[in-house]
Design a binder for this molecule. Structure first.
Ligand SMILES: [Zn+2]
Length: 92
């Protein structure tokens, strides 16, 4: 058994579980993220928390995405460049 596999088996066997949630591998969140990027449900502290990867895979908030795009890809690009040049000239 490789070292990595041994580690994974130890994770699966809940060897990271501690009664005290501050010492527990899940840190009280209910899910333990192993060093090999696998999530393990905590038998003591998982009281129905959703799987962390489900949270990550949520659709992006498109309203926010559009707003960010508006701000960073504004139509005043040329004006901005001009003002940067002015600043540089003023400093020289
Ligand atoms: Zn725990």
């Amino acid at each position: 058994m490789s070292e990595l596999q041994q580690y994974y088996e130890a994770c699966k066997a809940n060897q990271w579980v501690r009664k005290d949630e501050t010492e527990c591998g899940c840190k009280g969140s209910g899910w333990f993220l192993s060093q090999v990027d696998t999530f393990h449900s905590c038998p003591l502290h998982n009281t129905g928390q959703p799987h962390p990867e489900e949270l990550y895979s949520e659709e992006p908030d498109w309203e926010v995405e559009r707003e960010i795009e508006r701000r960073f890809k504004g139509t005043d690009d040329n004006e901005d460049e001009q003002s940067v040049n002015d600043d540089m000239n003023a400093g020289a």
